[in-house]
Design a protein around this ligand. Structure first.
Ligand code: GLP
Length: 269
């Protein structure tokens, strides 16, 4: 795990944007896995901005949504399909046929989930998966106690998650309590995973995921087993981490490793 502590939200988004951009430079037909929620909005804004400036394009790229509320139509303003379109897709040149999402009202839930998994595999898997984190440590809608090997499926949301997301819905509007989500096993197959978090309400989720034991009680803790995961957070979200100084030291001296490789001599730290 690489823990990257930034000064503010904008820096978090710039770091994540840079990683996506570099991967896109290497592989124009990048396959992105994309989360919703408040957290990734700044990254999407940077991708749009960069596209408008002609620095990046998505003509060969593909995108897969991480999750969706079960029971909401695609054009429901709170559906994740609507969110992705409003906050990213309609501003860039991603081809319609390369935009993939879970349906809120599938005819056959299990079959739909199986097909989603098959589709991800058929394009060679996800290159960069962007994740937020729930304050209870959930990723996607994989709530605590989700199998760490789970695949895309329906999940019942915790009351905590329903409350956390209630603000998006109109007063009195019924909140969905079911979802479809990529499984933890599905997420773990992404080649690179970026977990973004900011604010005090994420400090427990972050410390438990990064420095706690691997447990289904904190779904994001399984990311400790992933070979390429970056946790990009602000000081507030990092506040309970006990090894903050070490994480900063590692990050600030990363270039040293490349120098050893290129000039074959020990770096001066
Ligand atoms: C939601 C979503 C997750 C999201 C998380 C955090 O319930 N299903 O994909 O990452 O909770 O949301 P936010 O970024 O708004 O804090």
């Amino acid at each position: 795990m690489e823990i990257i502590i930034k000064n503010d939200y904008d820096e978090i988004c710039s770091e994540a944007y840079q990683i996506v951009f570099q991967e896109w430079q290497r592989k124009n037909n990048i396959v992105l896995g994309l989360a919703t929620g408040r957290t990734p909005l700044g990254v999407y804004a940077k991708l749009i901005n960069s596209y408008k400036k002609g620095e990046i394009n998505f003509s060969e790229a593909r995108a897969f949504s991480l999750d969706e509320y079960l029971g909401l139509k695609e054009d429901h303003p709170q559906s994740f399909a609507y969110y992705m379109n409003k906050n990213l897709y309609r501003h860039i040149d991603l081809k319609k046929e390369n935009i993939h999402g879970l349906q809120g009202l599938p005819e056959d839930i299990d079959e739909h989930c199986r097909q989603y998994e098959a589709l991800i595999k058929s394009v060679g898997g996800i290159d960069v998966q962007i994740l937020g984190i729930g304050s209870n440590g959930h990723i996607g809608f994989n709530e605590p106690s989700s199998s760490l090997a789970s695949r895309t499926r329906a999940k019942t949301l915790t009351k905590e998650t329903i409350e956390a997301n209630r603000g998006y819905f109109r007063d009195g509007e019924e909140m969905p309590c079911y979802s479809l989500t990529m499984g933890i096993g599905t997420i773990m197959e992404a080649k690179t995973i970026l977990v973004l978090a900011f604010g005090k309400n994420k400090e427990d989720a972050v410390v438990n995921s990064v420095e706690g034991p691997i447990t289904a009680a904190v779904p994001a803790s399984v990311l400790q087993l992933h070979p390429d995961v970056k946790i990009i957070i602000d000081e507030d979200a990092a506040s309970r981490l006990t090894r903050k100084d070490y994480y900063r030291w590692v990050y600030n001296n990363k270039k040293g490793i490349t120098q050893i490789r290129s000039v074959n001599k020990p770096p001066v730290l």
